[in-house]
Design a binder for this molecule. Structure first.
Ligand SMILES: Cc1ncc(C[n+]2csc(CCOP(=O)(O)OP(=O)(O)O)c2C)c(N)n1
Length: 278
């Protein structure tokens, strides 16, 4: 008797694209699973969601999911996503990107989307390195680690991206790791229902490149390091959070407040331009 096993989230996945290009032990799949479970538990219709990504290993996420989406230029996912949202405000628009895509080449778009309280959800998977292109230094590479372009450690200290987006005005900011998929799922649910700009950073393992060059022989060794360094801190501000490879990378929900969103602010401007009362 032939037994066919179906993945419980099969209906959201483009099975014909399997297997993925992600390396064995990569953390991206864990994040995608938390995301799909969040969609499932919220009962969202996939037709109401759009996924936009730039280039990178994380940038390939929309490629494998059965949602409308676009895989755009490296670093430019946020402006494209905002264009989609402006064209059809009913859609929930999700941006997927690596730390390089979102915080390096796309860093300018990131801070301005946060400042505007743009009606988007950004999921940034931070593996501390440029994965797809073979291991170059990223703006998030911890000082104590190495990459192929910074074999004597990075020349500068890293961005703690949650501080950056919080300072720029983001109204939902959280950081989790692949060691906490259920907490991540709950946070993604909140982000998807948040009015305005929601940003979730996920600390994730890149065992093939970041792991190997930093002396982690097995994917599990790097996973254990990520599990150990990520400490959940409840009720602290993003500016008290730590981003330290040797000591602690603080995890948790750091900002969650309501403010007029970009689309709401635009409506106000339109009313004024039409001479209507606000
Ligand atoms: C304009 C442009 N510059 C550079 C590249 C080469 N490039 C592709 S992906 C990438 C960085 C990938 O790193 P990250 O965004 O952290 O994603 P990961 O692959 O680690 O998920 C770079 C530099 C490109 N495709 N386009």
């Amino acid at each position: 008797m032939e037994i066919t096993v179906q993945h419980p989230l099969e209906r959201y996945i483009r099975s014909e694209k399997m297997p993925t290009t992600w390396c064995p032990g990569c953390g991206i799949g864990t994040v995608v699973q938390s995301f799909l479970k969040a969609i499932d538990e919220l009962g969202l219709d996939p037709k109401d969601l759009v996924m936009i990504s730039g280039i990178g290993c994380t940038g390939r996420v929309p490629h494998y999911l059965k949602f409308d989406g676009a895989h755009v230029l490296h670093g430019r996912a946020i402006p494209v996503a905002l264009g989609v949202k402006l064209a059809n405000p009913k859609l929930k628009v999700v941006v997927w990107g690596g730390d390089g895509d979102i915080a390096s080449i796309g860093g300018n778009h990131l801070i301005h989307a946060a400042r505007r309280n743009a009606d988007l959800t950004v999921i940034m998977i931070n593996n501390f390195i440029y994965g797809l292109t073979g291991g170059q230094v990223a703006p998030t590479t911890p000082k104590e680690t190495v990459t192929y372009t910074s074999p004597y450690n990075p020349d500068s200290k890293p961005f703690d991206v949650i501080k950056l987006v919080a300072a720029a005005g983001a109204t939902y900011v959280a950081r989790w790791s692949t060691a906490y998929p259920v907490l991540l799922k709950e946070s993604i649910k909140k982000a998807l229902n948040h009015r305005g700009f929601s940003f979730i950073e996920v600390i994730s393992q890149c065992p093939e490149i970041f792991g190997r060059i930093n002396g982690f022989k097995e994917p599990y060794d790097l996973y254990l390091k990520i599990k150990k360094v990520g400490q959940i801190r409840r009720g602290i501000s993003p500016f008290e959070a730590k981003y330290d490879w040797n000591e602690e990378i603080s995890l948790g929900e750091f900002v969650n407040r309501e403010e007029p969103t970009y689309l709401e602010q635009l409506e106000e401007i339109k009313k004024k331009a039409r001479g209507e009362k606000a």
